[in-house]
Design a protein around this ligand. Structure first.
Ligand SMILES: *Cc1c(COP(=O)(O)O)cnc(C)c1O
Length: 427
């Protein structure tokens, strides 16, 4: 495959954009090759600057569950653009999308629109602190909630110590309010809460961890957190930025029957345009300004183009049997990938929930971040490069999930399995 044009663009981009990209993982650093630059996309396929076509499992990191350029979404965006790109004033479209969100998540009585997942989690945490009058927050190692200061934190020597920043530029004084715990370990969380009694505003987590591959919650983990939060006056923030409208219309909360006090949304809700949202109980949400004192704002929040793309997308997701079809496609693909790996003698743990999945190149199942064995990233890099050459676009890291869209055909899936069969031989 020729990547001449992509190489030229990357060289140029590196001169004026740090690392040549506007979000770090796009630089392909952990898979040992240069990134491809994308020119266009349609359905299940994306096309790079050199004209190579790939079956796409990145889907813009989740949003494109309908496939790229769904005609109804394109039409909605075009219509909205004709009405004006932005006014900085309220519109009816915001109410329509808010209503659709409320319908999907019954625990969301009120919702506020923002422009990214980062903004949604950052604002939800500020609100939780404002509501409870407490400063500390608890998150899980390996869960990603965007790049706000207090969230770029990892535990120090032990989980019971105060957090230390994982990025320069985050003052240690901010990080000390962030406690981190081991995903899927309820007992450890209970101990942390007991050691910080009356001081924790919220526990935030991904209900299915998709930023360390694809890790489902152990039976009872989410329920246990719900009970713990209720007993301790802690708000449970369920970050469904990735899982919302992905693993079911009502997200992981519908799938697992556990409800957060606050919920964060992003990705699919904007149908490919920049949208995030957070919502929850009226009593909590009315602490937000202008009703309450917790400040939160955005010049482009509720942008008409973004709202239109979201409304068109969610409308299509409500079609009967949509999530069954996504489930069928994902089951078919993952079964094929696992069978070929077994035949090739490559140890893998194929983990999947609904239309999100991950192949870990190790025999042991992953339940938390520390379970990912150190050698797997290098094996994944080889696998990734082979798949790319065969015309399959995966997310460029072992720690990312793959995403199925409704546009993926059986032929696409068979081609992907055949490409994997070839790739396994190179490992
Ligand atoms: C992607 C993601 C975010 C951040 O969203 P951005 O739109 O990239 O700011 C937050 N939480 C989770 C779970 C995510 O997957």
């Amino acid at each position: 495959m020729n990547h001449q044009k992509s190489s030229e663009l990357f060289a140029k981009a590196k001169q004026i954009i740090p690392g040549g990209v506007n979000s770090p993982v796009r630089a392909f650093k952990s898979v040992g090759c240069d990134p491809i630059f994308i020119k266009s996309a349609s359905g299940s396929k994306i096309v790079d600057a050199d004209g190579n076509s790939y079956i796409d499992y990145v889907g813009s990191w989740g949003p494109m569950i309908l496939g790229h350029c769904h005609p109804k979404v394109v039409e909605a965006i075009q219509q909205a653009a004709k009405d004006g790109a932005s006014y900085g004033a309220p519109t009816e479209r915001e109410i329509i999308l808010a209503d659709m969100v409320r319908e999907a998540y019954p625990n969301i009585e009120m919702v506020r629109m923002v422009s990214s997942g980062t903004e949604a989690t950052m604002s939800a945490i500020r609100l939780a602190r404002g509501y409870t009058g407490r400063d500390k927050i608890l998150k899980y190692d390996g869960c990603y909630h965007g790049h706000a200061d207090s969230l770029l934190v990892k535990a120090g020597s032990g989980a019971a110590t105060f957090g230390v920043p994982t990025s320069p530029g985050v003052p240690a004084d901010f990080a000390k309010y962030t406690l981190t715990a081991t995903y899927n370990d309820l007992e450890e969380t209970k101990a942390l809460v007991a050691a910080n009694k009356g001081e924790i505003a919220c526990i935030i987590l991904e209900p299915i961890a998709g930023n360390m591959g694809c890790v489902a919650p152990r039976p009872g983990f989410l329920q246990g957190l719900r009970t713990l939060c209720d007993a301790e006056g802690i708000l449970l923030i369920i970050d469904e930025v990735m899982t919302g409208f992905r693993v079911a219309f009502g997200g992981a909360q519908e799938r697992f029957g556990v409800r957060g006090d606050l919920v964060c949304l992003g990705k699919i809700i904007g149908g490919g345009l920049p949208v995030g949202a957070f919502g929850g109980k009226r009593e909590i949400m009315e602490k937000l300004s202008p009703v309450g004192g917790v400040y939160q704002a955005g010049t482009l929040s509720g942008n008409p183009l973004a709202m239109s793309a979201g409304i068109a997308t969610l409308t299509l997701l409500k079609e009967k049997g949509f999530y069954d079809r996504i489930e069928e496609k994902s089951t078919y693909l993952c079964k094929g990938l696992a069978e070929e790996a077994k035949a090739a003698g490559v140890p893998t743990s194929l983990q999947r929930v609904g239309g999100m999945f991950c192949t870990y190149f190790q025999g042991q199942e992953v339940f938390n971040f520390a379970d990912v064995e150190p050698g797997t990233q290098a094996i994944f890099g080889k696998f990734f490069r082979s798949m790319l050459e065969s015309g399959v676009n995966l997310a460029p890291s072992q720690y990312e999930a793959g995403f199925m869209s409704i546009a993926h055909s059986t032929d696409d899936l068979d081609q992907t399995i055949a490409a994997a069969k070839k790739a396994y031989k190179t490992l």
